[in-house]
Design a protein around this ligand. Structure first.
Ligand SMILES: [Zn+2]
Length: 190
């Protein structure tokens, strides 16, 4: 998404999985699979075909997270439609366990029922749902840098944080503004 950072800033709270998810740089099924494995969500291995089938659904979830952040960024709550969409993802992740007799001996195993990738998607959606219930939603922001737009959670006391990372986006913007001001000043005295 951006050439300004090598990597997204580390989230301050591991529970903000949805922020990592929205900022992660994946576009193919293989990249998504690596991200899920690295984040230890769902099974350790995913078949290429099942990931390919779910790629659109994951992309839609990322769009949903970003569109919700676009609202909270300007102090608005998520719309009803956005909440309904988030609830659908949560519902898709419904799973349960069943007792099964092992073949050949008298022992039993518990086996999960449900699609592990749908559960992974619901885990991401769940982290956003928990964030919205536990925090002021307007703390979810997107970086003010036009070349960045990464999401972050504003934990500053004054709630005026504008950049995902002050050292990267904040400084760059400051330098640019400084140059613009210097140029304007030079122009007005000429
Ligand atoms: Zn940024």
């Amino acid at each position: 998404m951006s050439e300004t950072h090598a990597r997204p800033p580390e989230p301050e709270d591991r529970s903000e999985l949805f922020v990592e998810f929205a900022n992660a740089d994946w576009s193919t099924a293989a990249e998504l699979g690596s991200w899920l494995v690295a984040r230890e969500i769902g099974p350790r291995r995913h078949s290429g075909a099942s990931l390919e089938r779910r790629l659109t659904a994951f992309s839609e979830l990322r769009d949903l997270v970003r569109s919700i952040a676009a609202r909270t960024d300007v102090g608005e709550s998520p719309t009803r439609r956005q909440v309904a969409a988030l609830n659908r993802v949560l519902r898709d992740g419904v799973h349960y366990h069943q007792l099964r007799e092992r073949r050949g001996d008298a022992s039993f195993v518990m086996t999960p029922v449900g699609d592990p990738l749908d559960q992974a998607r619901a885990a991401v959606a769940g982290s956003l749902a928990h964030f919205l219930t536990d925090h002021d939603p307007t703390r979810l922001r997107s970086c003010a840098s036009e070349t960045c737009r990464w999401l972050f959670v504003d934990r500053s006391p004054g709630r005026r944080r504008r950049w995902c990372d002050m050292r990267v986006c904040g400084n760059r913007t400051k330098v640019r503004r400084h140059r613009e001001r210097a140029r304007d000043a030079a122009g007005s005295t000429a």
